[in-house]
Design a protein around this ligand. Sequence first.
Ligand code: SF4
Length: 481
Amino acid sequence: MNKVMLLYPPGKLYQRGEDRAQCNIEDSTASSVHACNDLGYAASILRARGYEVFLRDYQTERKVFSDVERDLRAFCPDLVFLSTTNATIYDDLCFVRQVRGIVNCKIVLKGAIFFDAKLERLQSLDFSLTDCTIGGEVEFVIAPVVDCLLRSEGKLSEIPGIVYFDETGAHKTVFSCETPNLDTLPFPARDLMNNALYVRPDTGAPMATISVARGCPSHCIYCLTPHITGRNVRYRSTENIFEELMECYYKFGIRDFFFKADTFTLNKPWAIALCERIIHSPLHGKIAFTANGRADTLSTELLQKMKDAGCFMLAIGFESGSDGSLNKMKKGTSVQKNLEAAAMIKAAGIPLFGFFMIGFPWETEEDLQQTFAHIRRIDPDFVELHVAMPFYDTELYDLCRDAGTLSGGSFGFDYVTPNTTGTAFVSMQRLLELKGRFLLQFYTRPRYLIAKAGECIREPRALIHYFVYGMRLLRHTLHKK
Ligand code: SF4
Protein backbone atom coordinates (compact mmCIF):
# COMPACT_ATOMS: atom_id res chain seq x y z
CA MET A 1 0.00 0.00 0.00
CA ASN A 2 1.42 3.43 -0.95
CA LYS A 3 2.03 5.82 1.91
CA VAL A 4 1.27 9.54 1.94
CA MET A 5 2.43 11.96 4.63
CA LEU A 6 0.44 15.20 4.93
CA LEU A 7 1.89 17.99 7.04
CA TYR A 8 2.40 21.58 8.07
CA PRO A 9 6.18 22.03 8.52
CA PRO A 10 7.66 23.29 11.80
CA GLY A 11 8.13 27.05 12.07
CA LYS A 12 6.17 30.21 12.74
CA LEU A 13 2.41 29.90 13.07
CA TYR A 14 0.53 30.74 9.88
CA GLN A 15 -3.08 30.16 8.86
CA ARG A 16 -1.90 27.70 6.21
CA GLY A 17 -5.31 26.21 5.55
CA GLU A 18 -6.88 29.55 4.63
CA ASP A 19 -5.85 30.77 1.23
CA ARG A 20 -7.42 34.21 1.49
CA ALA A 21 -5.06 35.93 3.92
CA GLN A 22 -2.68 33.19 5.10
CA CYS A 23 -2.39 35.16 8.36
CA ASN A 24 0.72 35.35 10.44
CA ILE A 25 -0.80 34.19 13.73
CA GLU A 26 2.31 34.55 15.83
CA ASP A 27 2.64 38.29 15.24
CA SER A 28 -1.06 39.07 15.20
CA THR A 29 -2.93 40.55 18.13
CA ALA A 30 -6.01 38.48 18.80
CA SER A 31 -6.18 35.69 16.20
CA SER A 32 -5.77 31.99 16.87
CA VAL A 33 -4.70 29.24 14.52
CA HIS A 34 -7.50 27.34 12.78
CA ALA A 35 -7.69 23.62 12.12
CA CYS A 36 -5.67 22.05 9.30
CA ASN A 37 -8.75 21.20 7.23
CA ASP A 38 -6.80 21.21 3.97
CA LEU A 39 -4.74 18.30 5.29
CA GLY A 40 -7.84 16.71 6.81
CA TYR A 41 -9.76 16.75 3.54
CA ALA A 42 -6.79 15.38 1.60
CA ALA A 43 -6.33 12.61 4.20
CA SER A 44 -9.98 11.64 4.03
CA ILE A 45 -9.98 11.48 0.23
CA LEU A 46 -6.71 9.56 -0.06
CA ARG A 47 -7.58 7.08 2.67
CA ALA A 48 -10.82 6.26 0.86
CA ARG A 49 -8.72 5.46 -2.23
CA GLY A 50 -6.63 2.93 -0.38
CA TYR A 51 -3.57 4.97 0.58
CA GLU A 52 -1.99 4.69 4.02
CA VAL A 53 -2.06 8.21 5.40
CA PHE A 54 -0.07 10.01 8.12
CA LEU A 55 -1.10 13.57 9.10
CA ARG A 56 0.69 15.96 11.41
CA ASP A 57 0.69 19.72 12.02
CA TYR A 58 4.27 20.21 13.28
CA GLN A 59 3.87 23.99 13.17
CA THR A 60 1.03 24.18 15.67
CA GLU A 61 2.43 21.38 17.80
CA ARG A 62 5.60 23.50 18.11
CA LYS A 63 7.74 20.64 16.88
CA VAL A 64 11.15 20.91 15.22
CA PHE A 65 12.75 19.17 12.26
CA SER A 66 14.16 16.30 14.33
CA ASP A 67 10.52 15.36 15.10
CA VAL A 68 9.75 15.33 11.38
CA GLU A 69 12.86 13.27 10.73
CA ARG A 70 11.82 10.68 13.29
CA ASP A 71 8.38 10.36 11.66
CA LEU A 72 9.84 10.21 8.15
CA ARG A 73 12.15 7.37 9.09
CA ALA A 74 9.36 5.48 10.87
CA PHE A 75 6.65 5.98 8.24
CA CYS A 76 8.81 5.95 5.05
CA PRO A 77 6.32 7.87 2.86
CA ASP A 78 6.15 7.49 -0.90
CA LEU A 79 4.81 11.01 -1.15
CA VAL A 80 4.95 14.08 1.14
CA PHE A 81 2.24 16.73 0.79
CA LEU A 82 2.61 20.08 2.50
CA SER A 83 0.64 23.26 2.69
CA THR A 84 2.61 26.45 2.08
CA THR A 85 1.90 30.19 2.18
CA ASN A 86 3.05 33.34 0.49
CA ALA A 87 5.16 34.23 3.54
CA THR A 88 6.69 30.81 4.23
CA ILE A 89 7.44 29.57 0.72
CA TYR A 90 11.23 30.06 0.96
CA ASP A 91 11.41 28.26 4.32
CA ASP A 92 9.10 25.52 3.04
CA LEU A 93 11.28 24.86 0.01
CA CYS A 94 14.29 24.53 2.36
CA PHE A 95 12.17 22.08 4.35
CA VAL A 96 11.52 20.08 1.17
CA ARG A 97 15.29 19.86 0.65
CA GLN A 98 15.70 18.52 4.19
CA VAL A 99 12.92 15.97 3.66
CA ARG A 100 14.45 14.75 0.41
CA GLY A 101 17.77 14.37 2.23
CA ILE A 102 16.09 11.70 4.34
CA VAL A 103 13.60 9.97 2.04
CA ASN A 104 13.47 9.72 -1.72
CA CYS A 105 9.78 10.48 -2.15
CA LYS A 106 7.47 12.50 -4.36
CA ILE A 107 6.75 16.05 -3.16
CA VAL A 108 3.47 17.92 -3.66
CA LEU A 109 2.95 21.48 -2.40
CA LYS A 110 -0.40 23.20 -2.03
CA GLY A 111 -1.03 26.94 -1.62
CA ALA A 112 -2.80 30.02 -2.98
CA ILE A 113 0.48 31.27 -4.45
CA PHE A 114 0.25 28.56 -7.08
CA PHE A 115 -3.22 29.55 -8.29
CA ASP A 116 -2.80 30.38 -11.96
CA ALA A 117 0.61 31.87 -11.15
CA LYS A 118 2.83 33.14 -13.93
CA LEU A 119 5.47 30.52 -14.66
CA GLU A 120 8.20 33.20 -14.84
CA ARG A 121 7.32 34.12 -11.26
CA LEU A 122 7.52 30.53 -10.07
CA GLN A 123 10.90 30.22 -11.76
CA SER A 124 12.30 32.54 -9.06
CA LEU A 125 11.75 29.63 -6.65
CA ASP A 126 13.63 26.35 -6.46
CA PHE A 127 11.24 23.54 -7.40
CA SER A 128 13.98 21.12 -8.43
CA LEU A 129 12.85 18.61 -5.77
CA THR A 130 9.10 19.24 -6.16
CA ASP A 131 6.91 17.13 -8.45
CA CYS A 132 3.74 19.16 -8.46
CA THR A 133 2.04 22.21 -6.93
CA ILE A 134 -1.71 22.54 -6.39
CA GLY A 135 -3.19 26.03 -6.56
CA GLY A 136 -6.89 25.29 -6.85
CA GLU A 137 -9.19 23.70 -4.30
CA VAL A 138 -7.07 20.81 -3.15
CA GLU A 139 -10.01 18.52 -2.38
CA PHE A 140 -10.89 18.23 -6.06
CA VAL A 141 -7.34 17.67 -7.28
CA ILE A 142 -5.40 15.68 -4.70
CA ALA A 143 -6.70 12.24 -5.71
CA PRO A 144 -5.79 12.36 -9.42
CA VAL A 145 -2.41 13.96 -8.62
CA VAL A 146 -1.45 11.25 -6.13
CA ASP A 147 -2.89 8.49 -8.34
CA CYS A 148 -0.74 9.74 -11.20
CA LEU A 149 2.46 10.15 -9.16
CA LEU A 150 2.20 6.89 -7.19
CA ARG A 151 0.08 4.57 -9.34
CA SER A 152 0.92 5.92 -12.79
CA GLU A 153 -2.78 6.40 -13.45
CA GLY A 154 -3.74 9.27 -15.77
CA LYS A 155 -1.62 12.22 -16.85
CA LEU A 156 -0.66 15.30 -14.85
CA SER A 157 -1.19 17.40 -17.98
CA GLU A 158 -4.90 16.52 -17.85
CA ILE A 159 -5.47 17.52 -14.20
CA PRO A 160 -6.77 21.09 -13.83
CA GLY A 161 -5.37 23.54 -11.27
CA ILE A 162 -1.77 22.35 -11.01
CA VAL A 163 1.78 23.16 -12.04
CA TYR A 164 3.96 20.11 -12.53
CA PHE A 165 7.67 19.83 -13.06
CA ASP A 166 9.65 17.43 -15.23
CA GLU A 167 12.98 17.33 -17.01
CA THR A 168 11.66 19.80 -19.61
CA GLY A 169 10.62 22.41 -17.02
CA ALA A 170 7.42 23.70 -15.39
CA HIS A 171 4.01 23.12 -16.95
CA LYS A 172 0.76 24.79 -15.97
CA THR A 173 -2.66 23.25 -16.58
CA VAL A 174 -6.03 25.00 -16.79
CA PHE A 175 -7.22 26.90 -13.70
CA SER A 176 -10.85 27.54 -12.84
CA CYS A 177 -12.95 28.29 -9.75
CA GLU A 178 -15.93 26.28 -11.00
CA THR A 179 -15.54 23.24 -8.78
CA PRO A 180 -18.45 20.83 -8.36
CA ASN A 181 -21.01 20.58 -5.60
CA LEU A 182 -19.33 21.00 -2.18
CA ASP A 183 -21.72 18.44 -0.67
CA THR A 184 -19.89 15.72 -2.58
CA LEU A 185 -16.81 16.11 -0.38
CA PRO A 186 -16.18 13.80 2.57
CA PHE A 187 -15.64 15.40 5.98
CA PRO A 188 -12.03 16.11 7.02
CA ALA A 189 -10.32 13.13 8.70
CA ARG A 190 -10.58 14.52 12.24
CA ASP A 191 -9.56 11.17 13.68
CA LEU A 192 -6.08 11.94 12.28
CA MET A 193 -6.06 15.62 13.28
CA ASN A 194 -4.96 16.73 16.74
CA ASN A 195 -8.21 18.64 17.39
CA ALA A 196 -7.06 19.92 20.79
CA LEU A 197 -4.51 22.17 19.03
CA TYR A 198 -7.14 24.42 17.48
CA VAL A 199 -8.99 26.37 20.10
CA ARG A 200 -11.41 29.18 20.77
CA PRO A 201 -9.23 32.20 21.60
CA ASP A 202 -11.27 33.13 24.68
CA THR A 203 -11.90 29.77 26.38
CA GLY A 204 -9.20 27.53 24.94
CA ALA A 205 -11.83 24.87 24.13
CA PRO A 206 -11.23 22.83 20.93
CA MET A 207 -12.77 24.55 17.91
CA ALA A 208 -13.36 22.76 14.61
CA THR A 209 -13.42 24.61 11.32
CA ILE A 210 -16.42 23.75 9.16
CA SER A 211 -16.01 24.92 5.58
CA VAL A 212 -19.58 26.01 4.78
CA ALA A 213 -19.27 28.11 1.61
CA ARG A 214 -16.67 29.35 -0.87
CA GLY A 215 -16.39 32.42 -3.07
CA CYS A 216 -17.22 36.12 -2.80
CA PRO A 217 -18.79 38.45 -5.37
CA SER A 218 -17.01 41.56 -4.01
CA HIS A 219 -14.04 43.33 -5.57
CA CYS A 220 -11.84 44.39 -2.63
CA ILE A 221 -8.56 45.28 -4.29
CA TYR A 222 -6.32 43.60 -1.69
CA CYS A 223 -8.15 40.29 -1.43
CA LEU A 224 -7.18 37.03 -3.10
CA THR A 225 -10.63 35.46 -2.71
CA PRO A 226 -12.22 36.65 -5.96
CA HIS A 227 -9.12 35.36 -7.74
CA ILE A 228 -8.72 31.97 -6.09
CA THR A 229 -12.20 30.88 -5.00
CA GLY A 230 -14.12 32.96 -7.52
CA ARG A 231 -17.01 35.43 -7.49
CA ASN A 232 -19.60 32.68 -7.84
CA VAL A 233 -20.46 31.71 -4.25
CA ARG A 234 -20.99 27.99 -3.66
CA TYR A 235 -22.81 26.84 -0.53
CA ARG A 236 -23.03 23.49 1.16
CA SER A 237 -26.54 22.41 2.01
CA THR A 238 -27.59 23.02 5.60
CA GLU A 239 -28.19 19.26 6.01
CA ASN A 240 -24.69 18.39 4.89
CA ILE A 241 -23.19 20.97 7.28
CA PHE A 242 -25.40 19.73 10.09
CA GLU A 243 -24.20 16.14 9.57
CA GLU A 244 -20.61 17.34 10.01
CA LEU A 245 -21.58 19.22 13.19
CA MET A 246 -23.18 16.04 14.54
CA GLU A 247 -20.05 14.03 13.76
CA CYS A 248 -17.83 16.60 15.48
CA TYR A 249 -20.05 16.73 18.55
CA TYR A 250 -20.80 13.04 19.06
CA LYS A 251 -17.64 11.43 17.68
CA PHE A 252 -14.99 13.96 18.67
CA GLY A 253 -16.61 15.84 21.56
CA ILE A 254 -16.13 19.23 19.84
CA ARG A 255 -18.60 21.92 20.85
CA ASP A 256 -17.14 25.05 19.29
CA PHE A 257 -16.96 25.82 15.59
CA PHE A 258 -15.65 28.29 13.07
CA PHE A 259 -18.09 28.41 10.15
CA LYS A 260 -15.61 29.19 7.41
CA ALA A 261 -17.02 31.13 4.47
CA ASP A 262 -15.59 34.12 2.71
CA THR A 263 -18.68 36.00 3.91
CA PHE A 264 -21.02 33.89 6.06
CA THR A 265 -23.71 36.58 6.20
CA LEU A 266 -23.88 37.16 2.44
CA ASN A 267 -26.84 34.89 1.74
CA LYS A 268 -29.33 35.62 4.52
CA PRO A 269 -31.92 32.90 3.73
CA TRP A 270 -29.20 30.23 3.65
CA ALA A 271 -27.54 31.48 6.87
CA ILE A 272 -30.91 31.71 8.63
CA ALA A 273 -31.82 28.19 7.45
CA LEU A 274 -28.57 26.84 8.92
CA CYS A 275 -29.22 28.63 12.22
CA GLU A 276 -32.77 27.25 12.32
CA ARG A 277 -31.48 23.75 11.61
CA ILE A 278 -29.31 24.07 14.71
CA ILE A 279 -32.04 25.70 16.81
CA HIS A 280 -34.49 22.87 16.06
CA SER A 281 -31.99 20.11 16.78
CA PRO A 282 -30.58 18.25 19.78
CA LEU A 283 -27.39 20.35 19.41
CA HIS A 284 -29.20 23.57 20.31
CA GLY A 285 -27.67 25.12 23.41
CA LYS A 286 -24.80 22.65 23.34
CA ILE A 287 -22.65 24.14 20.56
CA ALA A 288 -21.33 27.61 19.74
CA PHE A 289 -19.85 29.11 16.60
CA THR A 290 -18.07 32.10 15.13
CA ALA A 291 -18.14 33.37 11.55
CA ASN A 292 -17.07 36.21 9.24
CA GLY A 293 -19.39 38.84 7.83
CA ARG A 294 -19.50 42.08 5.89
CA ALA A 295 -20.92 45.31 7.29
CA ASP A 296 -23.48 45.62 4.50
CA THR A 297 -24.87 42.09 4.66
CA LEU A 298 -26.51 42.06 8.09
CA SER A 299 -30.09 42.22 9.28
CA THR A 300 -31.64 42.18 12.72
CA GLU A 301 -33.42 38.93 11.91
CA LEU A 302 -30.22 37.19 10.79
CA LEU A 303 -28.21 38.38 13.80
CA GLN A 304 -30.93 37.29 16.20
CA LYS A 305 -31.05 33.83 14.61
CA MET A 306 -27.27 33.58 14.80
CA LYS A 307 -27.34 34.56 18.46
CA ASP A 308 -30.09 32.02 19.20
CA ALA A 309 -28.16 29.29 17.35
CA GLY A 310 -25.06 29.91 19.48
CA CYS A 311 -22.94 32.55 17.72
CA PHE A 312 -20.28 33.54 20.25
CA MET A 313 -18.44 36.01 17.98
CA LEU A 314 -18.94 37.69 14.62
CA ALA A 315 -15.88 39.04 12.77
CA ILE A 316 -16.37 41.95 10.38
CA GLY A 317 -13.82 43.39 7.99
CA PHE A 318 -14.57 47.09 8.60
CA GLU A 319 -11.12 47.99 7.24
CA SER A 320 -11.14 51.80 7.40
CA GLY A 321 -12.62 54.89 9.01
CA SER A 322 -12.22 56.92 5.83
CA ASP A 323 -14.92 56.84 3.15
CA GLY A 324 -12.28 57.87 0.61
CA SER A 325 -10.18 54.81 1.50
CA LEU A 326 -13.18 52.46 1.52
CA ASN A 327 -14.09 53.65 -1.97
CA LYS A 328 -10.57 53.32 -3.31
CA MET A 329 -10.21 49.78 -1.92
CA LYS A 330 -13.61 48.94 -3.53
CA LYS A 331 -14.96 47.64 -0.25
CA GLY A 332 -18.52 48.51 -1.18
CA THR A 333 -19.29 49.77 2.33
CA SER A 334 -19.04 53.12 4.12
CA VAL A 335 -18.15 54.53 7.50
CA GLN A 336 -21.87 54.95 8.23
CA LYS A 337 -22.62 51.32 7.26
CA ASN A 338 -19.79 50.16 9.53
CA LEU A 339 -21.26 52.06 12.47
CA GLU A 340 -24.76 50.73 11.79
CA ALA A 341 -23.46 47.16 11.50
CA ALA A 342 -21.56 47.41 14.78
CA ALA A 343 -24.65 48.79 16.51
CA MET A 344 -26.81 45.93 15.15
CA ILE A 345 -24.34 43.27 16.25
CA LYS A 346 -24.12 44.73 19.74
CA ALA A 347 -27.90 45.04 19.96
CA ALA A 348 -28.13 41.31 19.15
CA GLY A 349 -25.74 40.60 22.04
CA ILE A 350 -23.04 39.07 19.83
CA PRO A 351 -19.42 39.91 20.69
CA LEU A 352 -17.68 41.70 17.82
CA PHE A 353 -14.25 41.12 16.31
CA GLY A 354 -13.19 43.98 14.04
CA PHE A 355 -10.63 43.71 11.27
CA PHE A 356 -9.02 46.92 10.02
CA MET A 357 -6.25 47.79 7.57
CA ILE A 358 -3.86 50.67 7.24
CA GLY A 359 -1.04 51.40 4.81
CA PHE A 360 -2.79 51.69 1.44
CA PRO A 361 -0.58 53.65 -0.97
CA TRP A 362 -2.82 56.73 -1.01
CA GLU A 363 -3.20 57.02 2.78
CA THR A 364 -1.94 60.00 4.73
CA GLU A 365 -1.42 60.11 8.49
CA GLU A 366 -4.81 61.83 8.69
CA ASP A 367 -6.47 58.79 7.05
CA LEU A 368 -4.82 56.55 9.63
CA GLN A 369 -6.01 58.74 12.49
CA GLN A 370 -9.55 58.56 11.04
CA THR A 371 -9.31 54.75 11.12
CA PHE A 372 -8.06 54.76 14.71
CA ALA A 373 -10.92 57.09 15.73
CA HIS A 374 -13.37 54.83 13.88
CA ILE A 375 -12.13 51.77 15.77
CA ARG A 376 -12.62 53.56 19.08
CA ARG A 377 -16.13 54.54 18.00
CA ILE A 378 -17.05 51.03 16.87
CA ASP A 379 -15.45 49.71 20.06
CA PRO A 380 -15.18 46.01 19.10
CA ASP A 381 -14.45 43.36 21.70
CA PHE A 382 -11.30 42.44 19.80
CA VAL A 383 -9.36 44.26 17.09
CA GLU A 384 -6.93 43.02 14.49
CA LEU A 385 -5.10 45.79 12.66
CA HIS A 386 -3.20 44.70 9.57
CA VAL A 387 -0.92 46.58 7.22
CA ALA A 388 -2.13 46.33 3.62
CA MET A 389 -0.25 43.49 1.92
CA PRO A 390 0.03 43.59 -1.88
CA PHE A 391 -0.20 39.93 -2.86
CA TYR A 392 0.69 39.05 -6.42
CA ASP A 393 -2.29 39.14 -8.81
CA THR A 394 -4.25 41.69 -6.79
CA GLU A 395 -5.16 45.19 -7.93
CA LEU A 396 -3.38 46.50 -4.83
CA TYR A 397 -0.11 45.06 -6.09
CA ASP A 398 -0.37 47.09 -9.30
CA LEU A 399 -1.38 50.23 -7.40
CA CYS A 400 1.60 49.95 -5.03
CA ARG A 401 3.92 49.40 -7.97
CA ASP A 402 2.52 52.47 -9.76
CA ALA A 403 2.74 54.55 -6.57
CA GLY A 404 6.35 53.51 -6.08
CA THR A 405 5.67 51.99 -2.64
CA LEU A 406 6.43 48.38 -3.57
CA SER A 407 9.67 47.19 -2.00
CA GLY A 408 9.88 43.95 -3.99
CA GLY A 409 7.96 40.77 -4.83
CA SER A 410 5.33 39.33 -2.48
CA PHE A 411 6.98 36.03 -1.58
CA GLY A 412 8.26 35.98 2.00
CA PHE A 413 5.93 38.75 3.25
CA ASP A 414 2.65 39.00 5.13
CA TYR A 415 0.16 41.45 6.67
CA VAL A 416 2.48 42.14 9.59
CA THR A 417 5.53 43.05 7.51
CA PRO A 418 4.37 43.56 3.90
CA ASN A 419 6.53 44.19 0.86
CA THR A 420 5.99 47.96 0.79
CA THR A 421 7.91 50.97 1.99
CA GLY A 422 4.72 52.26 3.65
CA THR A 423 2.28 54.57 1.89
CA ALA A 424 3.22 57.37 -0.51
CA PHE A 425 3.06 59.69 2.52
CA VAL A 426 3.85 57.60 5.62
CA SER A 427 6.95 55.43 6.01
CA MET A 428 6.68 51.79 7.06
CA GLN A 429 8.52 52.59 10.28
CA ARG A 430 5.98 55.28 11.14
CA LEU A 431 3.06 53.00 10.18
CA LEU A 432 4.25 50.26 12.50
CA GLU A 433 4.92 52.76 15.27
CA LEU A 434 1.39 54.21 14.98
CA LYS A 435 -0.15 50.74 14.76
CA GLY A 436 1.66 49.50 17.86
CA ARG A 437 0.86 52.61 19.85
CA PHE A 438 -2.81 52.48 18.90
CA LEU A 439 -3.23 48.79 19.77
CA LEU A 440 -1.55 49.25 23.13
CA GLN A 441 -3.82 52.18 23.95
CA PHE A 442 -6.92 50.34 22.74
CA TYR A 443 -6.33 47.18 24.73
CA THR A 444 -5.22 48.93 27.94
CA ARG A 445 -8.19 51.30 28.29
CA PRO A 446 -9.46 50.98 31.89
CA ARG A 447 -13.04 50.46 30.63
CA TYR A 448 -11.90 47.63 28.38
CA LEU A 449 -9.83 45.96 31.09
CA ILE A 450 -12.72 46.15 33.57
CA ALA A 451 -15.09 44.59 31.00
CA LYS A 452 -12.65 41.74 30.31
CA ALA A 453 -12.08 41.21 34.04
CA GLY A 454 -15.87 40.81 34.38
CA GLU A 455 -15.84 38.17 31.64
CA CYS A 456 -13.06 36.31 33.44
CA ILE A 457 -15.15 36.18 36.61
CA ARG A 458 -18.04 34.68 34.62
CA GLU A 459 -15.73 32.38 32.59
CA PRO A 460 -12.50 31.75 34.57
CA ARG A 461 -10.95 29.79 31.67
CA ALA A 462 -10.78 33.08 29.75
CA LEU A 463 -8.27 34.55 32.21
CA ILE A 464 -5.31 32.49 31.08
CA HIS A 465 -6.09 33.07 27.39
CA TYR A 466 -6.51 36.83 27.78
CA PHE A 467 -3.22 36.83 29.70
CA VAL A 468 -1.45 35.01 26.85
CA TYR A 469 -2.87 37.41 24.24
CA GLY A 470 -1.97 40.40 26.45
CA MET A 471 1.62 39.18 26.68
CA ARG A 472 1.72 38.69 22.93
CA LEU A 473 0.50 42.26 22.41
CA LEU A 474 3.09 43.69 24.80
CA ARG A 475 5.84 41.69 23.13
CA HIS A 476 4.89 43.03 19.70
CA THR A 477 4.34 46.62 20.67
CA LEU A 478 6.85 47.41 23.39
CA HIS A 479 9.89 46.01 21.64
CA LYS A 480 9.13 48.14 18.57
CA LYS A 481 9.22 51.37 20.58
S1 SF4 B 1 -15.71 40.98 1.01
FE1 SF4 B 1 -13.76 41.66 0.13
S2 SF4 B 1 -12.25 41.04 1.70
FE2 SF4 B 1 -14.10 39.86 2.11
S3 SF4 B 1 -13.81 37.94 1.00
FE3 SF4 B 1 -14.94 39.33 -0.34
S4 SF4 B 1 -13.41 40.31 -1.63
FE4 SF4 B 1 -12.34 39.41 0.15
